[in-house]
Design a protein around this ligand. Structure first.
Ligand code: GAR
Length: 221
């Protein structure tokens, strides 16, 4: 690895297992990032304690204290910009962001979503995958644009749906893959291999017409 570490801020709302996977890569030196802060919209998010235990500064911008989305997002932007991140990572951040917020971080805002986008945007993806009878499911890392869960996908992990799955077993299988692919995509970005021009994602100078697909879990057993 070469070059300075990429300044990163992570936004969370809850458990923070994706954040932990990123923290682990950072601690182990496999992710060339400078983790400046973890910010939550929920004061009770377990992710905050986990970040503090690792010595990462934390902040809370509680959405319930703001009159509307615009006011909340303005405060959130101020809290983020104090840390001058080159990449803002949404890791289980469960608030819809305003167009102004997304424009402000237009080429440096990345998310992980628990489905094979463009299939199943929105909430409750595991239950919906089962109800729809899908035989494959997974997770997608994508850049964020104003349309919900519709920004260009970068990296996708596929898992099998098993006949005896319920939403919990399926979610656990997907989550294990999220912990693999999110640090990998962030590493690409930190290494300067991955870019977003506001419309298209580029990897190693090539336009990404489709996400890179990781099928390791499909062939696991
Ligand atoms: C993850 O499964 C992530 O993909 C999902 O929330 C979970 C957060 O878990 N994100 C979304 O649904 C975003 N729309 P974590 O807090 O343990 O990382």
């Amino acid at each position: 690895m070469s070059g300075p570490a990429l300044p990163v801020v992570i936004l969370v709302s809850g458990r923070g297992s994706n954040m932990e996977a990123i923290l682990q890569g950072w601690r182990q030196g496999t992710l060339p990032i400078d983790l400046r802060a973890v910010i939550s919209n929920r004061p009770q998010a377990p992710a905050l304690d986990k970040a503090q235990t690792s010595g990462v500064p934390t902040a809370v911008v509680d959405h319930r204290r703001y009159a509307d989305r615009a006011a909340f997002d303005a405060e959130l932007m101020a809290a983020i910009d104090r840390h001058h991140p080159a990449l803002v990572v949404l890791a289980g951040f469960m608030r819809i962001l305003t167009a102004d917020f997304i424009a402000h971080y237009s080429d440096r805002l990345i998310n992980i979503h628990p489905s094979l986008l463009p299939e199943l945007p929105g909430l409750d993806t595991h239950r919906r995958a089962l109800t729809a009878g899908h035989t494959q499911h997974g997770a997608t890392v994508h850049f964020v644009t104003p349309a919900l869960d519709a920004g260009p996908p970068v990296l996708q992990a596929r898992v099998p749906v098993r006949p005896d799955d319920d939403a919990e077993t399926l979610a656990a299988r997907v989550l294990a893959q999220e912990h693999r692919i999110y640090p990998r995509a962030i590493r690409w970005y930190a290494q300067g291999r991955l870019r977003f021009d506001g419309t298209n994602a580029w990897l190693d100078g090539q336009l990404l017409h489709e996400p890179v697909v990781d099928e390791e879990a499909l062939h696991a057993d």
